[in-house]
Design a protein around this ligand. Structure first.
Ligand code: GDP
Ligand code: MG
Length: 139
């Protein structure tokens, strides 16, 4: 069953490069409503748990170092068909392969430092949203 929420993070590279405003504008202009949002920094433990599915991948250590090196913006977004539409809005993992006009094409610098996270399924959207937000922080 498809739900109407997804989870995103504006990653440390996006924050460092001054793209918070530009990315949030793309997100809200595309019709997503922000129902939860915070400015925060992941601990190593947080990042290892959040990306546990990638723990056997060769880039896991790099990914954890990257995601913990500075603040991020995390948010829960609402829209019909949120997960699929948001993955389309952010574009391919590697910005070199991302379609014109996508957030990663516009704001990412590499496959590793690709500006933004988007949940890949309704189930993961719910798990990831609950990892970052208490019920009283979601509006
Ligand atoms: P996503 O779902 O499009 O974010 O991509 P994946 O789930 O495959 O990978 C998760 C995250 O790991 C990506 O968004 C990147 O930040 C990072 N990543 C993916 N591939 C690589 C890689 O080859 N090298 C490094 N250093 N990081 C990667
Ligand atoms: Mg993924």
């Amino acid at each position: 069953m498809s739900t109407n929420r997804t989870f995103t993070m504006l990653k440390p590279d996006a924050v460092e490069n001054g793209h918070i405003g530009g990315i949030l504008d793309k997100i809200t202009s595309a019709g997503f409503k922000i129902v939860a949002m915070k400015y925060t920094q992941l601990s190593k433990r947080d990042a290892q748990a959040f990306y546990a599915i990638h723990k056997e991948r060769p880039f896991f250590g790099e990914l954890v170092d990257f995601m913990t090196r500075g603040p991020i913006v995390s948010a829960i977004l609402e829209k019909d068909n949120a997960v699929e539409d948001f993955r389309a809005l952010i574009g391919a993992t590697n910005p070199a392969d991302a379609a014109e006009g996508t957030i990663r094409k516009l704001f990412a610098t590499s496959i590793a430092e690709n500006a933004v996270h988007g949940s890949d399924s309704d189930e993961n959207a719910a798990i990831e949203g609950a990892f970052h937000f208490a019920g009283r922080e979601i509006f």
